[in-house]
Design a binder for this molecule. Structure first.
Ligand code: SF4
Ligand code: SF4
Length: 80
C-alpha cells in the first residue's frame, strides 16, 4: 500500500471538518488547541494515510498539502 502524509497550514484551517469527513482512512481529527483565529484545526491522528488527496481536494481553503512516499524500485528475481 502506498504510504502518505499531510501537512496542514494550521493558521489557514478554519476547522470546517470537510477533510475529516472525506478521508477514507479515518486518519484526521480536529486539534485540541486553537490557531490564532480561534479555530481548532485538522491534524493526523494515526499513520494510515495513503496519500489519496481527498482531503486536499475538498478543503475550501487549500490548507492541506499531501505527500506520498516514493515507490521503491521493484526487485527482480534472477535465475541462472
Ligand atoms: S490524503 Fe487521503 S488518506 Fe491521507 S489524510 Fe488525506 S484523505 Fe486521508
Ligand atoms: S477542510 Fe480545510 S479548512 Fe476544513 S478542517 Fe480540513 S484543513 Fe481545515
Amino acid at each position: 500500500m502506498i504510504r502518505g502524509t499531510i501537512v496542514v497550514d494550521t493558521q489557514i484551517c478554519k476547522g470546517c471538518e470537510l477533510c475529516i469527513t472525506a478521508c477514507p482512512q479515518d486518519c484526521l481529527e480536529l486539534s485540541p488547541g486553537l490557531n490564532q483565529k480561534g479555530y481548532r484545526y485538522a491534524q493526523l491522528k494515526n499513520d494510515t494515510c495513503t496519500g489519496c488527496v481527498n482531503c486536499a481536494i475538498v478543503c475550501p481553503d487549500c490548507a492541506i498539502t499531501v505527500y506520498r512516499q516514493a515507490k521503491k524500485p521493484r526487485s527482480v528475481a534472477v535465475t541462472a
